[in-house]
Design a protein around this ligand. Structure first.
Ligand code: SF4
Length: 456
């Protein structure tokens, strides 16, 4: 994902390139909020900027390549470049390719990035604190926002270098998270997307310490936070949840309509051998039984997950196990990655790496199975009327020369669709609908990923 922030006003100008995941996007928003508070403005292009900040992603080698090329582009277009984010944890790699970057800071080092900007282009004498909206500067559309509840991770999955880059779990106090969520909702946000590396582990590091929220003590605990967020009047969507037993309690909140009936659980595999080699958290939980139980508690729950095929040591039997598991689990939304080595990941040293052509073949077989499941599950929604949050309304001219009525392409999402990673709902409407509103849509058709319907 690549976002370049823009602003119409004049002052010292910063160009900002934000790469990587939702968690990196939240980091970008914090840096931008701080800079905006100090009177900086944002430039939509490299040319007009006084300095460019590149927030990099280092999760996969392909993401590193993209980050390095973004740095190169910013250097050649502008010349004054500050690098931050996950790749900042390996400054020597960046320096060896681009010795001219002004400064390199690691993930979450907000102050260092801001200091580097001060050095490159000093702020105005009078900070324009009143120019910053209370909810901060957002890179997402106005009606949804990512809410980061913790940083880092206590797990040590063998294919992942996040703990090396971002350290162990550090949870934010519940009152801080709730304060931010409340400000976002007050500013017009309709959907809060809860993100972290391991959402269900929230608060373990601080022993669930309570903090004062509106005169009450709220614990930094997964369920307590979900319950409080559910009171704010916005959609609350949970990402990166592991199937620990206490997740069942949150499913009751979903059944009660307090938070969205949606769980994003990155299972990554199903075969016990592969899960063991992956060192996955909660892999010993009886997942199929848990899924059945969640559906019993909350029949309308949407389950999303990601998987990796071709992990070192994955045999044809392991892969078949995964396919059978997938058919039984009947997940609604699934992403699948082909295994690739990541520099510094422990899995690189595992035996029996799977050849690329077999990985490709397994990926295709996996996708075929899941597409059929997904299409079948979406078809069950045809005929139902469901709430849809409108994301985009784009004019598409008039329907015909005799009908001088503007035609709009309208895209929205239901409770089953997270932005960017899931499908969408294609909507038609006789009346006008606006982005950021929630409308009832009667579903008339479906395909492998999307739904189609009209506003009723
Ligand atoms: S849970 Fe595993 S994959 Fe996720 S951030 Fe932690 S170590 Fe990485």
């Amino acid at each position: 994902m690549k976002n370049i922030a823009t602003s119409k006003q004049t002052a010292p100008k910063v160009g900002f390139v934000s790469l990587g995941c939702a968690k990196a996007l939240v980091d970008s928003e914090r840096i931008l909020t701080q800079l905006r508070a100090e009177g900086y403005e944002f430039s939509g292009g490299y040319g007009e900027a006084d300095v460019v900040v590149v927030n990099t992603c280092g999760f996969l080698d392909s993401a590193r390549e993209e980050s390095l090329s973004a740095i190169g582009e910013a250097l050649s277009e502008n010349g004054k470049v500050i690098v931050t984010g996950c790749m900042g944890a390996t400054p020597e790699l960046i320096r060896s390719k681009y010795p001219d970057v002004l400064a390199i800071t690691g993930p979450q080092q907000y102050e260092s990035v801001v200091n580097a900007v001060h050095k490159a282009i000093p702020p105005l004498h009078e900070p324009y604190i009143d120019l910053v909206p209370p909810q901060g500067v957002k890179l997402t559309p106005r009606h949804y926002a990512y809410l980061k509840i913790s940083e880092g991770c206590n797990n040590r999955c063998s294919f992942c270098i996040i703990p090396k880059l971002r350290g162990d779990l550090v949870s934010r106090p519940a009152a801080d998270v709730l304060g931010e969520a409340e400000r976002l909702v007050a500013s017009g946000v309709k959907e809060l997307l809860v993100v972290s590396q391991d959402t269900s582990a929230y608060g373990i590091d601080v022993k669930y310490a309570a903090s004062d929220w509106k005169g009450r003590q709220v614990r930094a605990k997964f369920y307590d936070l979900c319950e409080e967020l559910g009171e704010l009047g916005a959609w609350v969507r949970l990402h990166y949840v592991y199937p620990y037993p206490h997740v069942d309690e949150a499913v009751h909140l979903m059944a009660a309509g307090k938070i969205l009936p949606y769980l994003d659980i990155p299972f990554q595999h199903a075969s016990p051998n592969v899960l063991k080699n992956m060192r996955r958290p909660a892999s010993s939980e009886k997942v199929l039984e848990r899924i059945a139980k969640w559906r019993e508690i909350c029949p309308e729950i949407t389950l999303r997950s990601t998987f990796i095929v071709g992990f070192p040591g994955e045999t044809e039997e392991d892969f078949q196990f995964l396919l059978n598991w997938l058919k039984e689990a009947q997940l609604d939304r699934v992403g699948c990655f082909r295994y690739e080595n990541v520099s510094d990941a422990d899995s690189n040293a595992l035996a029996n790496h799977v050849p690329a052509d077999i990985i490709e073949d397994r990926w295709n077989r996996f996708m075929q199975v899941q597409q059929e499941i997904s299409a079948k599950r979406l078809k069950k929604k045809v005929g139902k009327t469901i709430p849809v949050l409108i994301d985009e309304v784009t004019p598409e001219g008039t329907r015909s020369s005799s009908e001088a009525v503007a035609h709009y392409k309208i895209i929205g999402r239901s409770s089953a669709d997270a932005p960017d990673i899931d499908g969408v709902v294609h909507v038609t409407s006789k009346g006008r609908v606006l982005p950021g509103t929630i409308v009832n849509v009667k579903i008339e058709a479906s395909d492998e990923y999307d739904l189609f319907g009209r506003v009723v």
